[in-house]
Design a protein around this ligand. Structure first.
Ligand code: PEP
Ligand code: MN
Length: 337
């Protein structure tokens, strides 16, 4: 339920009302909008007499939230969530440009790519240290050593860091080095992991599952918000369809659909969305034109020898040219890089 308090109620009263609602066994979250306190009361709460709650003097209205993803919805929070990471305000008019290798492979690779993407205009360095690979015989990532390299390379160029966390035991370790915890497509419905990152004090980049509907994806975000972490960035990365000419089918419909349903920022990964280097720029441009709040792009200076996803990684010069085009598209939309 969405409980709107009367304008001008004191902080003490707002806190007291939240406590009274919690006494019904509900979990109560708060967002302020237009000078008004909005309480999202979620959970079982089957026995609550809402008609009675409506009569409490400090309460303006009580509404049902007509979607299953409550805290994620625009009904609960009408204004856009903006997440600050270093110089980047994700979900604001400024587009978030995240780029880097699929996997961190070594010091020289990490520093070379970090320098290149920073010069091109990225503000966040991506790179996996724990890699979810289809084959157990493929490169699995450098682990903590990779996180250290990624952090040093990012710091040397004034970038933030996003890196994948594959299981619950890795959360505190990855959070020590990364500014944003990435939950990968394969883990979108790993509810223990969602719960764990929901307790972390770092933003979470939640990728859409390979075969997840938009509603399932938003419900996964709800798991994170329900644990108290409201800093969730959604990432469309393509879904599996019958099409075989591309690795995945990038669902650009998801951008306007999610922007309407949710206040959370939405970014696009055109690298996994296409799987093919020479298709990445077109879909990156289309994503921004469709209203995405940013991009996460795989870049590698020597993709033929990359340990993962070389075929979909842009050369640094291609990434640089792409960011230039994104700047032009952004200006038409009243946004900026
Ligand atoms: C990645 O970002 O390298 C990755 C493995 O992404 P996804 O989870 O979308 O496949
Ligand atoms: Mn990859």
């Amino acid at each position: 339920m969405l409980v709107l308090l009367k304008r001008g109620v004191s902080e003490a009263t707002a806190g007291d009302l939240a406590t009274r609602l919690r006494m019904f066994g509900l979990s109560v979250h708060r967002t302020d909008h237009g000078g008004q306190v909005r309480l999202g009361a979620v959970g079982e709460g089957g026995g609550v007499d809402w008609d009675r709650v409506r009569t409490w003097p400090e309460i303006e209205s009580v509404e049902h939230i007509p979607v299953p993803f409550k805290l994620v919805s625009r009904v609960y929070q009408p204004h856009d969530t903006v997440i600050s990471v270093g110089r980047c305000a994700i979900g604001s008019r400024q587009l978030a440009i995240m780029a880097g290798p699929c996997s961190v492979e070594g010091e020289e690779q990490a520093f070379t790519i970090a320098g290149a993407v920073a010069r091109a205009g990225a503000t966040i360095l991506r790179g996996g240290a724990y890699k979810p690979r289809t084959s157990p015989y493929s490169f699995q990532g450098l682990g903590e050593e990779g996180l250290k390299l990624l952090r040093r390379a990012a710091d040397a160029h004034g970038l933030g860091v996003v890196s994948e966390v594959m299981d619950t035991q890795q959360v505190s370790l990855v959070a020590r080095y990364a500014d944003i915890l990435q939950v990968g497509a394969r883990n979108m419905q790993n509810y223990s992991l969602l719960r764990e990152v929901g307790h972390a004090e770092k933003p979470v980049l939640l990728k859409r599952g390979l075969a997840a509907t938009i509603e399932e994806w938003l419900m996964s975000a709800e798991h994170i918000l329900s644990q108290g972490n409201a800093q969730v960035i959604l990432c469309e990365r393509g879904i599996r369809t019958f099409e075989t000419y591309t690795r995945n089918t990038l669902d650009l419909n998801a951008i306007p659909v999610v922007k309407e349903l949710s206040h959370l920022p939405v970014i696009v990964d055109p690298s996994h969305g296409t799987g093919i280097r020479n298709k990445v720029a077109a879909m990156a441009r289309a994503s921004i034109a469709a209203g995405a709040d940013g991009l996460i792009v795989e870049v590698h200076h020597d993709p033929d020898h990359a340990l993962s996803d070389g075929a979909q990684s842009l050369y640094p010069e291609q990434f640089d040219a792409l960011v230039g085009q994104i700047r032009t598209i952004a200006s038409v939309l009243g946004r900026q890089v």
